[in-house]
Design a protein around this ligand. Structure first.
Ligand SMILES: [Cu+2]
Length: 151
């Protein structure tokens, strides 16, 4: 009887460990926000932090949203002293690492917005990965500091 009980207790603690393990060990997007648009603008940008605590490298390959049929992944490069944006095919996030999509760095570029982005609203996005299920997120619309980069 004593042995059986001990086995049950061991089993329970193994389950607890598993659920803890899962909740802290998943790919996740944090601090997402999308830039509010000035009057007449039809482009904007999405910023966020992607954390990959898993043992596998992952690769962000596309971003989708109902607000735009054309969302590209961009990075910012300096060419001949000028900051310019260039499309990226994907963003690799190594095992146990974090990548920031931030102003003047990598960002999701939203073209042909179907409506203006007003501060205080929020938008849904889906991040699509190679070899990892999509992640959905809600990004608040905020006024950021004006970007030095023009399209
Ligand atoms: Cu851009």
């Amino acid at each position: 009887m004593y042995l059986t009980l001990a086995a049950v207790i061991l089993n329970l603690s193994a389950c607890d460990f598993m659920s803890d393990h899962q909740s802290t060990d998943e790919v996740a997007a944090h601090n997402a926000w999308v830039r509010a648009t000035p009057p007449g603008a039809t482009t904007s940008a999405l910023y966020l932090t992607l954390n990959n605590p898993t043992d596998q490298a992952i690769s962000l390959v596309s971003i989708s949203s109902s607000i735009s049929d054309r969302i590209e992944i961009h990075h910012t490069v300096t060419e001949e002293g000028m900051m310019k944006m260039r499309p990226l095919d994907n963003v690799d996030i190594s095992s146990k690492s974090t990548v920031e999509l931030a102003p003047n760095g990598i960002h999701g570029m939203l073209f042909d917005l179907t409506q203006p982005l007003k501060e205080g609203g929020e938008l849904n996005f889906e991040l699509n990965f190679a070899s990892h299920p999509p992640i959905t997120l809600v990004a608040p619309i905020q006024k950021g500091s004006p970007s030095a980069i023009k399209h």
